[in-house]
Design a protein around this ligand. Structure first.
Ligand code: HEM
Length: 392
C-alpha cells in the first residue's frame, strides 16, 4: 500500500491544492460568491478524475497492514478528496441517496472501520496529526486564510489538551493535595494561551474568505448510503475532559451525553480512550464540594478552591469567545446575508443554523455556569465555592 498511498498523498499536497485554489479564486471573483454550480467545470472534472485514479489503485490493493499512520493518512486523503467534491457540488447529500463515488466510499469505509473511526476526514487529519513535509502541511487550498485557520485551530487544540492533561493529573493526587498548585497553574497557563489564540483568530481571519472559501469544505457528505457530519475544531477529547473534570458538564446529562456519543468516532482512538476514562472519575468540583462543610477554613481548601475557580473563569472566557466572537463573526453574521437555499449545509454538523446556534449557546452556558432558569448549570455550586473562599 505504501507506494500507492504515497503517490496519492503527493497528489493531495500538490495538484489537489492547486485545483481547489484555482476554483476558489473563480468563485470568489464573482458578484455572487456563493455560486458554485457551472463554474470551473473542467477544473472540477480534473479534480474528480485524477483523484479517482489514485483511489481505484489503492482500493484494488486493499489494506496491506502498513500500520496506523499509513491507514490514517489514507483515510484523511480520501476524506479531503470527498470533502472537496462536496464543496464543488459534484455531490450533495440533499439530492442523492448514496454517494456517487463508490470507490472512494469503499476505501473510506474499509480504512475507517479498521481504525475505529468514522469513514471521513476528521479534525485530527488537518490539525494535530497533519504531518508537514518540508514545512508544508495538508490543506484544501493554499489560501493564507485557510492556513491561518488550520494553524490557529491546531494551536488552540494543543492548548486545551495541555489544560486537560494537567487537570487529569490531579485525579490520582486528590484535590486536597498541596501538589495540585502546579497542575492548576499549568491549566491556567494553557487556557490563557487558548484565549490569546481565539483573540488572534478573531482579529486576523478574513470573514469573507473564511465563510466563502474555507468553511464550505467542512460540509456533511455521504459515504455509501450514510451521511456524515463535517469535521469541526471540537473533535478532540481535551475539551470534554476539561468539561467533565471541572464538573461543568455531566456525562449523564442527556444533552451532553448525546454530544459525547455523536463525536466519539470523529476522534482518534487514543482520544476515545481518554474520554472514556475521564467519564469514570468524579469531578474536581464535586470533590471540593464534598469537603466544603468539613474543611472550609483549612489552608489547602482555600488555596485549591481558589485555583479551581480561577481555572473555571479562564475556561468560561474561552467558551464565551468561541460563541460570542468566533461563531457570531464568522458564521452567524455572514449567514444572515445568504438566501435560504445557500444556507443549507453551511454548518459542519448539518442541523439548520438556528438549531446549531441554540445548541452552541447551551454549551457556552454550561461552561460559563450561567444562571439560567431553563438549564441546569453549576452556577449555584460555583457561587457557593466563591462565597467560601472570599474574604478569608
Ligand atoms: C473562525 C473560528 C471558528 C469558528 C467560526 C468556529 C465555529 C464552530 C461551529 C459553528 C461549531 C459547531 C459545529 C458545526 O460547525 O456544526 C464549532 C464547534 C466547536 N468548536 Fe469551533 N469555531 C472556530 C474555532 C475554534 C477553535 C480555535 C477552537 C479551539 C480548539 C474551537 C473549538 C470548538 C469546539 C470544542 C467545538 C465543539 C462544540 C464544543 O464542544 O464547544 N473552535 N465551532
Amino acid at each position: 500500500m505504501r507506494k500507492r498511498a504515497e503517490a496519492f498523498d503527493r497528489w493531495i499536497r500538490t495538484s489537489f491544492v492547486a485545483l481547489n485554489t484555482e476554483l476558489e479564486n473563480l468563485y470568489f471573483s464573482q458578484q455572487d460568491r456563493s455560486r458554485v454550480v457551472g463554474v470551473g467545470d473542467s477544473l472540477k472534472e480534473r479534480l474528480r478524475d485524477e483523484g479517482r485514479a489514485h483511489i481505484v489503485e489503492l482500493l484494488a490493493e486493499g489494506n496491506t497492514g502498513d500500520g496506523f499512520a499509513s491507514a490514517f493518512g489514507v483515510l484523511g486523503n480520501v476524506g479531503l478528496y470527498l470533502g472537496a467534491l462536496r464543496r464543488h457540488e459534484l455531490t450533495n447529500p440533499a439530492r442523492e441517496d448514496r454517494s456517487p463515488f463508490p470507490e472512494a466510499s469503499s476505501l473510506a469505509m474499509h480504512v475507517g472501520a479498521s481504525l475505529g473511526m468514522v469513514p471521513r476526514f476528521a479534525t485530527a487529519h488537518l490539525t494535530t496529526h497533519n504531518m508537514a513535509l518540508a514545512g508544508v502541511r495538508k490543506s484544501f487550498t493554499s489560501l493564507p486564510d485557510e492556513f491561518l485557520f488550520i494553524d490557529e485551530n491546531t494551536r488552540g487544540i494543543l492548548a486545551f489538551q495541555r489544560a486537560a492533561d494537567a487537570l487529569m493529573r490531579i485525579v490520582p493526587l486528590g484535590v486536597s493535595s498541596p501538589i495540585t498548585d502546579v497542575l492548576f497553574d499549568a491549566a491556567k497557563l494553557a487556557l490563557s494561551e487558548a484565549i490569546r489564540i481565539n483573540d488572534r483568530l478573531f482579529a486576523k481571519l478574513d470573514v469573507d474568505r473564511f465563510f466563502y472559501s474555507v468553511r464550505p469544505y467542512y460540509k456533511p457528505y455521504r459515504i455509501g448510503r450514510q451521511e456524515y457530519r463535517g469535521a469541526n475544531a471540537g473533535d478532540f477529547s481535551g475539551i470534554n475532559e476539561i468539561d467533565l473534570l471541572l464538573g461543568l458538564c455531566r456525562a449523564n446529562d442527556p444533552y451532553y451525553a448525546q454530544l459525547l456519543v455523536d463525536k466519539m468516532l470523529f476522534m482518534l482512538p487514543q482520544d476515545q480512550a481518554r474520554l472514556r476514562e475521564c467519564m469514570t472519575h468524579r469531578s474536581l468540583l464535586d470533590e471540593l464540594l464534598a469537603m466544603a462543610d468539613q474543611y472550609p477554613r483549612s489552608d489547602w481548601f482555600q488555596q485549591n478552591a481558589r485555583l479551581f475557580l480561577e481555572v473555571c473563569a479562564l475556561f468560561a472566557r474561552t467558551a464565551t469567545q468561541h460563541h460570542d466572537m468566533l461563531v457570531r463573526r464568522f458564521i452567524e453574521a455572514p449567514a444572515a446575508n445568504l438566501v435560504e437555499n445557500d444556507l443549507q449545509g453551511i454548518t459542519a454538523s448539518g442541523p439548520p443554523l438556528p438549531v446549531l446556534l441554540r445548541s452552541l449557546e447551551t454549551l457556552r452556558d454550561l461552561r460559563v455556569a450561567a444562571k439560567r432558569e431553563d438549564l441546569v448549570t453549576r452556577h449555584g455550586d460555583l457561587e457557593r465555592l466563591r462565597a467560601l473562599t472570599s474574604g478569608l
